[in-house]
Structures are given as C-alpha cells and as structure tokens.
Design a protein around this ligand. Structure first.
Ligand code: SF4
Length: 302
C-alpha cells in the first residue's frame, strides 16, 4: 500500500473523506499513486415511480413483454389465464432443467439421459404438465426425450466459464405501489466486467428487449447493482441478443412498467378492458378464441 493510500480514507460511496492528505498536499497531485477506484462516482440508485393504486399485482418479465405487444394479452395473464401447454413448450422446459443440471452436477452421460429426463419430470412440476401437453403414454416420451437430447447436445457446445448460479429467482415487493416484481433468470455468469444475466431460448430469440430490460431493472432493484450485461441466446440456432444496461435504461424500463400498472388499473377501475393489438403473438394468447382482433390477425398472418 502506498503512503498516500494509507492517509486517505473514503466514504462507503467512494468519495474521499477529506480533500487534503496528511502532509498538506493536494491528493490531485498524487493521483498517479492513488488507486483511482476510490474516486469512482457514487453508485446510482433506482426508485420505482408512483402508480395508480389498485389490487395487488405480481408483475413478471413476461407480463411486461406481453403488455408491450398487446395490453390485452398481459391483462389475461394477470387474471390467471395462460395458453394451453404444448409438447414443444414442455420439451423446452425439460431442456432448461437439463441445462441447469449440467452446470451444477456436471455432464449427463448418454446412457443415463432418458433416466435423468424421467427424474427431472418426476421431481418437478413438469409431472403436472404432462397430461395438458398431450403426453399420456410412455411412447409419447421417446420423441420428447429426442428433442430434449438435441437441445442438450447444442447446449453442451456453449461456453460455460464463469457460471455462478442457475434458475435464480428474483422478487422485489413494492408495498407502496401494491405490486411485486418477479422473475427467474436462467443463469448468472460472472465475467471480468461483472455479472451477466442469461436467458436461454429453446426456439428463436425473437424480440427479447423488454424481457431482458425487465431482468436488468429487477436485478438492480433487488440486488442494488446493475448487471454488466444481459443476454438472450437461442440454444437451437445460436442467435444471440446482448445488451449493456445503464441506470438510464433501467429507469426507463421502470417508468414503462409503472405506466403498464397504472393504465391497466385505470381501465379496470372504469370497468373496461385493456387495448388489444393483434400480431403473431396472438397464436399463443390465452383469450384468442374470444378475441375478434386476435382472430382477424391470425387469419391475415396465416
Ligand atoms: S388474441 Fe391477440 S389481440 Fe387479442 S388479446 Fe390476445 S394478443 Fe391481444
């Protein structure tokens, strides 16, 4: 440790405790020998904006992403409606379990693959989703395991250095707003630059900006620090979306989430529904059958 460093103390936020060092000289003159990190600007914090009061809501990244596409879709999910389970989504969920197992317990030997799949289904809520996905017979499982095996083989080719945690649950209650922000990040990596939040896609990457922006905002609120990067990665195609969040972008996402909460509560207070905008997302909307806008969009896009 240099002599100058010994006599300069700093506040927790990095500001020098006093501008002059013990021998009376100005620390600016000694900046070549003082660790520059002690002069780093204080960390910014994130304050969630005020919202229209109303019933308690749990807001997830997918709620926000769906609201950005169509407010009616987010409204349906907040009311507890969800699209029916499909074999494809079931295989994706199983593959995510295998990814986490690989990173925490090591590679899955080929001869144990089917047994591990059965273990993952039997020990998680996947077992309750089998029937809804139309997977009623043992013979239905073989093609399902083949799809999961293909995704797992592709996953094993991805770099895994710096892995810290898998399936990280984040929850940040905001009692004054009457909402709780929630999310599950597939994996957290620690690189030289800091923490990187990763979401693995078993299909295409599509438009992950809202989802990944929500994760960055939620991480900042729950952990008090910004992630250095957020990443959505298609295991199937190798396509990658990567962004470097800033406090400004996190604040901007928080403002949009607050706007979502206020606009939905205002619509409900007036006895109305949220606006509906049709698009490709209608095909996995839980209220498609009763939504004229969605049915028109589906006809035009088919
Ligand atoms: S079907 Fe389409 S337009 Fe209708 S609420 Fe759902 S996403 Fe919106």
């Amino acid at each position: 440790m240099d002599a100058e460093q010994e006599v300069i103390s700093v506040h927790e936020d990095g500001r020098p405790d006093r501008p002059w060092i013990a021998d009376g000289s100005c620390p600016v003159e000694t900046c070549g020998t003082v660790d520059s990190r002690i002069y780093a600007p204080p960390p910014m914090n994130l304050v969630f904006p005020e919202v229209v009061p109303g019933d308690a809501l749990r807001i997830s990244a997918s709620t926000f992403q769906n609201w950005k596409r169509c407010p009616g879709n987010a409204e349906a999910r907040l009311r507890g409606l969800h699209p029916p389970e499909s074999r494809h989504s079931f295989a994706g969920s199983l593959a995510h379990r295998l990814f986490k197992r690989h990173l925490t317990d090591g590679p899955i030997p080929e001869e144990e693959f089917a047994m591990v799949c059965r273990q993952e289904i039997g020990s998680t809520n996947l077992k309750f989703r089998l029937a809804e996905a139309g997977l009623r017979k043992m013979s239905d499982l073989e093609p399902l395991f083949d799809e999961a095996r293909d995704l797992y083989r592709r996953f094993r080719m991805l770099p895994a250095g710096g892995f810290r945690e898998g399936e990280v649950s984040l929850e940040h209650p905001l009692p004054d707003a009457g909402i709780t922000l929630v999310g599950v990040v597939d994996a957290v990596f620690e690189d030289d630059g800091g923490v990187r939040l990763v979401d693995w896609k078993t299909g295409g990457v599509h438009d992950p900006e809202a989802q990944m922006g929500f994760y960055a905002m939620l991480w900042a609120l729950a952990r008090g620090e910004l992630p250095a990067a957020v990443e959505a990665l298609s295991v199937r195609s190798g396509e990658v979306y990567r962004d470097t969040p800033t406090w400004e972008t996190a604040r901007s996402v928080a403002e949009e989430v607050a706007e979502m909460v206020s606009s939905l509560r205002t619509a409900w207070e007036r006895g109305g529904d949220a606006d509906r905008y049709g698009g490709p997302w209608c095909s996995w909307c839980p209220v498609l059958e009763e939504c004229p806008e969605g049915q028109t969009a589906s006809r035009l896009l088919d």
